[in-house]
Design a protein around this ligand. Sequence first.
Ligand SMILES: NC(=O)c1ccc[n+]([C@@H]2O[C@H](COP(=O)([O-])OP(=O)(O)OC[C@H]3O[C@@H](n4cnc5c(N)ncnc54)[C@H](OP(=O)(O)O)[C@@H]3O)[C@@H](O)[C@H]2O)c1
Length: 314
Amino acid sequence: MKILITGASKGMGKGVAMALAGFSQVHEIILLCRSEESGWVTMKELQGFSKNAKISMVQCDLSKLADVKKVIGEIENQHHHLDGLFINAGIGYAKTRIETQDCMDSHFQVNYLSQFLFTLNLLSLLENSKKGGRVIFNVTEFGKIRWDDMQMTRKWSYEKAIHQAMAAKRMFMVQLHHFYSRNKHGNVSFIGFRVHKTVWTDQINIIPSGMKIMARLAKLFGAFISIETCGKVMAPLFLENREESLQRSGKLITWKKNRFEEMKQKYFTFSQPDLDRLWAGSLALCRDEKTLEVTNRLLPLKKQNSSKCNEKTP
Ligand SMILES: NC(=O)c1ccc[n+]([C@@H]2O[C@H](COP(=O)([O-])OP(=O)(O)OC[C@H]3O[C@@H](n4cnc5c(N)ncnc54)[C@H](OP(=O)(O)O)[C@@H]3O)[C@@H](O)[C@H]2O)c1
């Protein structure tokens, strides 16, 4: 299988890459990394214990739409299919709101919008998968969309920004599932995974000292898991067969009592107008003809979305 992981240089993305590298049925793992240097280090490390997998790397800063468009072109040129995509990269703690060069809130753009653009453009590669393409979204059950201020220029906090991006990712996942289950022949599944315990990652090095002390105490009481454990739990989602994967499509799942368990419906039930509104707003922000064409291929709502692209940025 050929699997691409966003945010693979460290944390959960690296944990999943490490676990996948140990399976003989995984033939290629593509690491999408912001920094070429740290991506290179992770790639070399993974090559050291990979069973069968070719490990490659693409560099892309998800806070820049131009970078995302460039890397999509590179991937399309080099690959005919993809069996799995892990939508994982994200910014966690931040002291202040950072506006990107595309004039968006950085959490919104990195954690959600760039990966909306990225996923849409890779759908045709996932459709080409003989194993049944699958997109696993790293999400939580929290968050809401701040329709009146999606870029959070007024009331920003890093928690609100993270949670809004989580809600947006869940909505994107559900909408994709709707399109594929209603309009297409279901060769791609879209699954939200909520990790069952907090994963101990480099975030510990950037959070304020009070939070650090609390985290270290909580760690003593078993509140955290390592990236390796997280990777071992998640890896089967990328490896299971098409039918199993399609059965999970459109669902938010977690890990409980040594098996995957579906979470309550309320966490991923959204009204169709809200799903359409977010989709149209996201397309408008991408400002990309090619992505519009992808959407037109998917959507009965295409006319509505195309016209919204000329509207003012939300
Ligand atoms: N840790 C948890 O318990 C937990 C639980 C639920 C959900 N999550 C979510 O899961 C995701 C990963 O979390 P984590 O704990 O593994 O975080 P992490 O250790 O900080 O890893 C984040 C990854 O995203 C990459 N990234 C950040 N900004 C990027 C950008 N502009 N362009 C490309 N890549 C970028 C990072 O690359 P660099 O190496 O260049 O920084 C890194 O590889 C986040 O969205 C987080 O909110 C985490």
